[in-house]
Ligand binder design. Structure first.
Ligand code: ADE
Length: 225
């Protein structure tokens, strides 16, 4: 898989996509992540990527030309399955969408900034608009990092323990059960007996029950799905 991220702040993506599981997945060649500085696609002297909005409101709007040039160059090199735009008014991003994206070959993520992009970008160049939640970030970079991170970790081979991505919270619309490690007793606080029993069937039954109980208590909306 290949993820191309287009941004005015490439530095913001270096660390989130350069550590831990994502770094290893990149090193193993499971995913190629390429970050593009949008300013490299501006043609004027000041490498301008934004401009005043028509209609005279406050704030700046991302210009269409550099974005068009960057996306066109990428598209001339390979096929892209999705061209994603990160924006608070996009579709709500969730595990189902992460799963879907992880099955694709190549995707572009354009990070929104300022008041947003010239709407013609959304009309003609973008195939999917995603929001990571109902709050406003200073830019789409952190959203792009969230999307890339959640997609990469479920690419087969990215997580050492193959089964562990499948038992994540949300993978089956349930929250994950509680986990414990040694010591079995600390400060008088004990690990549930069943986990120490070595009885695999009892353990998985307990885990399923706990998943349901936690979901009902904390995220009943997931059960309604
Ligand atoms: N850009 C700013 N806020 C955002 C959000 N909540 N999701 C995606 N992109 C954003």
């Amino acid at each position: 898989m290949r993820i191309d991220i287009i941004t005015v702040l490439p530095e913001l993506l270096t660390s989130p996509l350069g550590e831990s599981i994502v770094r290893r997945a990149r090193e193993q060649g499971l995913v190629e992540i390429v970050v593009h500085n949008l300013r490299d696609y501006a043609t004027d002297r000041h490498r301008q990527v934004d401009d005043y909005p028509f209609g005279g409101e406050a704030g700046m709007v991302m210009k269409i030309e550099p974005i068009f040039r960057c996306i066109e160059r990428l598209r001339s090199e390979r096929h892209y399955d999705e061209v994603i735009y990160t924006s608070p008014d996009g579709l709500r991003y969730d595990q189902r969408e992460a799963n879907r994206l992880s099955t694709l070959g190549n995707i572009i993520i354009l990070c929104g900034h300022y008041k947003g992009v010239d709407h013609r970008v959304r009309e003609h160049l973008i195939t999917r608009e995603l929001s990571i939640g109902d709050y406003v970030l200073t830019g789409g970079e952190l959203a792009a990092a969230v999307i890339a991170d959640s997609v990469v970790r479920i690419i087969p081979g990215a997580i050492g323990d193959e089964s562990s991505a499948l038992t994540d919270s949300f993978q089956d619309d349930l929250l994950a059960p509680p986990v414990y490690t040694r010591p079995a007793e600390f400060n008088g606080w004990c690990v549930p007996e069943v986990l120490l029993s070595g009885h695999a069937a009892h353990i998985s039954q307990w885990q399923e029950e706990q998943s349901l109980l936690r979901t009902a208590a904390l995220r009943p909306d997931l059960l309604e799905k």
